[in-house]
Design a protein around this ligand. Structure first.
Ligand code: BG6
Length: 508
């Protein structure tokens, strides 16, 4: 086994300073779960893109780690295949790929058995005690044990940090336990909990939309807004993730993390700055204001669904239970009517829905404004005015549309005609020349550089679980089972009823 890895460490201190954040850069990145799907599809391609754009310090060495035993050459073959399979050909440059592979070493660690840490420490050599980032793309049950394994092997120095994929636990109590076990090895300001939605450019753009413009903020409250809809619809089904997904379901897989982060950014109070503490303080306040679900409300405020066979994008697809090979009570769709109990949002419903095997892939936020207080056109022909709405498309399209009333041209002898027209801002068009980065490029770079703004703090994740637990408890109390919906539809009919009871309808 090679003992010294990477170029000699020059014992440099590379500081970055962003806002109030001053942090030291990671010199060695250990990637646990390096042979897994996420690493192949996202992490190695993202790291390569950063390398190609000159954003990684020459000293940065990557130690790929997995349970399998393999040598450096075999690991390079794996990474090379990941780059070829998941990056456009024009990004692949032979010399750059070779230089990128030159940064990568491999060390087998069996996190479950707790073996291999000594070899890892030996491989790190004089890098030990210097800034190391451990990135855990492993089953969540390994988060605590790996943090402890690193600590025991002396790989959790004060400038070392750890990043973890979701989920952190499966309820509040278990998330406490994971956070405590990780927190015993790494201080909270060195723990980076990933929600990859926060790495998406369009999600960060929500901050710009709300807080870099004067236009919206005065209307962003219960006086002007009737309701908000957040939809994250996917066309995919289980995608070979049976062992993970069944028993987890849409509420824990999508709402607990991605949708609550979107909700928090849409609804939080303005932070004083974009530093990690200021932004996360506001998000956590918002998450704690979510009204807990009660058993007596759960049937009118939530819907669970599970897809049966149908067609998506013109292709026939099998139902969830058939894909699974047995009946299951796991929900692949959920719709929730949520309330935020604070001054700004008193009485404003937030309708959330997410599902697999929907007719199209789209993540969208709709802000439905209230009607004008008095219609001055009522007596001259326009009896009804449509209330304004704003639709923010996050993916796959990136655009913002505002629907406003306008007068139809004419002499109006038969009365004034008003019509809804759309103001359309296409971000894909406005920023056409910019390469859209993979969310993980941003997250990996921030992790390496030590900026926590786009990572989830412990109190946030625990506030998320607190609300999710109230829904799970209420579901259990009334024994709510998923209703079926045909693959390729917008979910069970009860989801339509959930919003239409309030006189609104989903924006499909
Ligand atoms: C993951 C979920 O966190 O997000 C998946 O586990 C889901 O079930 C995915 O498909 C959606 O991410 P994106 O970036 O494709 O919207």
């Amino acid at each position: 086994m090679r003992v010294a890895i990477g170029p000699p460490v020059r014992h440099f201190r590379s500081w970055i300073s962003k806002g109030t954040i001053v942090s030291v850069k990671v010199e060695t990145l250990i990637l646990f779960g390096a042979t897994g799907d996420l690493a192949q599809r996202m992490l190695f391609p993202s790291l390569y893109n950063l390398h190609l754009d000159g954003l990684l310090a020459p000293e940065l060495t990557i130690v790929a780690s997995g349970r399998s035993k393999m040598d450096r050459g075999a690991a390079h073959t794996l990474v090379r295949a990941a780059l070829t399979d998941h990056l456009p050909a024009e990004r692949l440059d032979d010399a750059a790929v070779a230089a990128f592979l030159g940064r990568i070493d491999y060390c087998s660690v069996d996190a479950g058995a707790g073996t291999g840490y000594d070899d890892l420490a030996a491989m790190l050599g004089d890098r030990l005690g210097r800034p190391i980032g451990a990135y855990l793309s492993t089953p969540p049950s390994m988060f605590g044990p790996i943090a402890q394994g690193l600590k025991a092997a002396g790989i959790a120095c004060t400038e070392c940090r750890i990043a973890m994929e979701k989920p952190i636990g499966h309820d509040l109590a278990s998330s406490h336990a994971v956070n405590a076990e990780v927190g015993d090895a790494f201080a909270e300001d060195h723990v980076f909990r990933i929600d990859h939605y926060l790495g998406k450019e369009t999600v960060q753009n929500l901050l710009a939309l709300r807080f870099a413009n004067m236009l919206f903020e005065p209307l962003w409250n219960a006086q002007a807004i009737d309701h908000v809809q957040i939809t994250v619809a996917e066309t995919v089904g289980l995608e070979g993730r049976v062992s993970y997904y069944d028993g987890v379901g849409a509420l824990k897989d999508m709402v607990q993390n991605h949708m609550l982060q979107l909700l928090a950014i849409i609804a939080m109070e303005p932070p004083a700055s974009v530093t990690s503490t200021a932004v996360r303080d506001e998000k956590v306040k918002l998450l704690r204001s979510l009204r807990r679900m009660k058993a007596e409300d759960v049937k009118t405020h939530s819907v669970k669904g599970q897809y049966t066979s149908g067609a998506v994008g013109g292709a026939a697809v099998t139902g969830y239970a058939d894909e699974l090979g047995r009946p299951s009570n796991t929900e692949t769709f959920v719709a929730i009517k949520a309330f935020i109990d604070n001054w700004r949002w008193k009485g404003v419903p937030f309708y959330l829905r997410t599902g697999k095997r929907m007719p199209e892939r789209k993540s969208e936020v709709l802000i439905q404004f209230k009607p004008v207080p008095h219609n001055i056109f009522a007596r001259v022909g326009a009896a009804k005015l449509d209330a304004n709405s704003m639709i923010i498309n996050l993916q796959p399209e990136e655009n913002i549309r505002v629907k406003v009333m306008a007068k139809q041209p004419g002499l109006d002898r038969d009365g004034v005609k008003l019509k809804e027209v759309t103001m359309d801002v296409s971000l894909s068009h406005s920023f056409a020349g910019e390469r859209r980065r993979i969310a993980y490029e941003r997250l990996l770079l921030d992790f390496i550089e030590g900026d926590q703004t786009l990572f989830v703090r412990r109190d946030e994740v625990e506030a998320q679980w607190q609300w999710i637990d109230s829904i799970r408890d209420a579901w259990a109390a009334v024994d709510l089972t998923p209703q079926s919906y045909t693959a390729g539809s917008w979910g069970p009919s009860a989801s339509i009823a959930l919003i239409e009871r309030d006189g609104a309808s989903w924006h499909d």
